[in-house]
Design a protein around this ligand. Sequence first.
Ligand SMILES: [Zn+2]
Length: 197
Amino acid sequence: MSQERIAGEFREGMPFLGGHLWIDFLNTTPVIKGMALDLIGDRESLGRWAKQANLTIPAAAEADTIEDLRSLRAELEAAFGQLAAGLPLPRRTLEDINRRIARSGTRLHVAEQGGLPVIEERATLVGPPVATAVAWDFAHFLKAFDRERMRHCDNPACTMQFYDVGKNNRRRWCSMSVCGNRDKIAQYRARKASARA
Ligand SMILES: [Zn+2]
């Protein structure tokens, strides 16, 4: 249950540009063409989103419920703001995350690479698969993060948030192809308009 670190990308029209699974999970309420969507609003959408998030859902897994996922999302939404502002997380949030990851754990696995042993950490997640993976990812995020890298997209009409993994920490847009280009076009029009004036 790991994700590749891609700065910004849409998969099947869904945004995966948060830089971390838990932030992609927050970004499941995009506003597209003026319409607010919920990408995990029903079981079918949830299945589609989970697949694109590279989450494997074992057949025997406990089921996630939409209600529980929405409550987790609201909680992490608040946590994003608190962390970005350098504020402590409410005790209730810590307790909730701990409850969600309590049955999961990692084990070490020794593999070999070029004749040398490599130690891999493998996670076994137990619980409703989406909620547990998101809570697990969030807990890992807390180990080491730079709050200056937690940002909203610069387009005020956009709801996307992300963690800037770029070297220069200068990412402004959820994605260059959506909000970045919009800005470029706006600037171009403004330049043309002022050149005419
Ligand atoms: Zn945006």
